[in-house]
Design a protein around this ligand. Structure first.
Ligand code: PDD
Length: 280
């Protein structure tokens, strides 16, 4: 295995040799789901939780899981190189069909692709990022980790075009999540994040943060908050498997708190790093 080795349909091969048909339903329709599983010190982080979310995503698109969790661990582990922080991207599509037809084809074999990549910490992780809020234009299945990410991509790019790291999405006046992250805000001293629903992806990092907050006596609530409430937040964070916990220091060109990562972020980031090491 080298840094360039990927997994495709039962084989490990160089990335440049990994080819699929243009008739693949993932290519033609975005008919597939994915997972992003981080690994620290050479071990997957909360592998079972990622597998449970994979099960839910597959069930949502009515695709049978081709492997047991144990078998997935066996397939994905060789993609980890050394003990650096890295993640495995896993994508499963409905497979290749003889013709382009919206209805499910019969007897297709899912296409399974996986690759490893290093996690490169964001340069601004300790200083904070800027975000832009915008109306959430996504669909009603945001809890399914679908490869159909056009709306998310357009949201993220709109933020990038404004020199921001992430788009914070707002539906009916309430903040849902980021284009590729969950959102936390400290409002009136309480750490808040929207509850799980079809409007957000149930982030694994989000769950770990909530558990750590509860364990260490940081007041927290899974409760929706409005854009107006967000504007009063003393801290805002965005969280994901590839970026961990990123403090937001500017939202819609307004300083968050005093414009620096806040004390609760410092505490949580430390708890998160210690927790990662404890699993090594
Ligand atoms: N995205 N919400 C959305 C819309 C996401 O795309 C992600 C992660 C999250 C955070 O979930 P987790 O903590 O399990 O990574 C929330 C991944 C990293 C991606 O699409 O690359």
């Amino acid at each position: 295995m080298t840094n360039n080795t990927v997994y495709l349909n039962g084989h490990y091969l160089p990335l440049s040799d990994a080819k699929i048909s243009v008739m693949d339903r993932g290519f033609l329709f975005g008919d597939g789901i994915y997972e992003v599983i981080p690994s620290y010190f050479g071990r997957f982080f909360h592998f079972e939780a990622h597998m449970e979310r994979l099960d839910n995503s597959l069930a949502a698109i009515r695709l049978a899981n081709p492997n047991s969790h144990k078998k997935w661990l066996k397939i994905l582990s060789p993609l980890l190189i050394g003990t650096q922080d890295q993640y495995v991207y896993l994508q499963i599509t409905r497979g290749t069909a003889p013709k382009r037809d919206h209805g499910f084809p019969e007897n297709t074999v899912p296409t399974v692709f996986a690759m490893g990549s290093p996690i490169v910490p964001m340069a601004e992780r300790d200083t904070g990022v800027k975000v832009l809020t915008m109306p959430d234009s996504r669909w009603k299945l945001c809890n399914t980790k679908a490869i159909t990410l056009l709306a998310n991509i357009l949201h993220r790019q709109e933020a990038i075009d404004q020199n921001c790291a992430e788009a914070l999405l707002v539906k009916d006046g309430y903040v849902t999540e980021g284009a590729a992250s969950n959102v936390f805000a400290v409002i009136d001293g309480v750490l808040m994040t929207p509850p799980k629903s079809a409007e957000i992806l149930p982030g694994i990092t989000r769950d770990v943060i909530l558990d750590l907050a509860r364990e260490h006596g940081i007041p927290c609530k899974e409760e929706s908050f409005s854009l107006t409430a967000l504007q009063t937040a003393s801290e805002i964070w965005i969280t994901s498997s590839t970026r961990e916990i990123i403090p937001v220091v500017e939202c819609d060109e307004q300083k968050v708190g005093d414009g620096k990562p806040g004390p609760i972020w410092h505490k949580m980031n430390q708890l998160f790093q210690t927790y990662k090491q404890s699993l090594a």
